[in-house]
Design a binder for this molecule. Sequence first.
Ligand SMILES: [Zn+2]
Length: 229
Amino acid sequence: MNHSCCPNVIVTYKGILAEVRAVKEIEPGEEVFTSYIDLLYPTEDRNDRLRDSYFFTCDCRECTMKEKDKEKLKIRKLNDPPSAEAVRDMIKYARNVIEEFRRAKHYKSPSELLEICELSLDKMGAVFEDSNVYMLHMMYQAMGVCLYVQDWEGALRYGQKIIRPYSKYYPSYSLNVASMWLKLGRLYMALENRPAGDKALKKAIAIMEVAHGKDHPYISEIKKELEDH
Ligand SMILES: [Zn+2]
């Protein structure tokens, strides 16, 4: 199956069995596309990744029209807006800090990692909007560290900032979005906010019923969590 950044199917697993489900209307004879990469990032980053790992450049609709790029790279609205050069430099900084963090995960302590996240968010926040994908990337990493050290409130704070822009940037049926709703739902439940937990877990289920199929064991598991609370 070939790659597209606007895929019409999602591949999920039941044990070792791979299942392919349509997430869009597919006409007879139309090619079936899945996504090989994380679709959060703007066109240039996605294609760097595709060239590095799969040795091709994508020419899907999103890569041609780049409709989401501007929103994904959103700059903070200031009275004194940053120069084009300052924006370019900050993007370069963001890509470096993402790489630095990826390496640091192997040998730094949680509190050191959280510090990298917070410092970079501070620095990038001078130029980028909170919904900018590089901000979201570091918030997601920070959320991961908070989950690891069982700081549920901290994890929830990051998750709440991430979910709305995530839903906008990823395709309508996305496992990344479903997994974020699932994390949020479980955090709300752990923190005794049942109404919010209910709502978030149902959002996850709605996506997973399409991506995984209604009878998938993951979904029964989440439904059981809803009943137990
Ligand atoms: Zn593409």
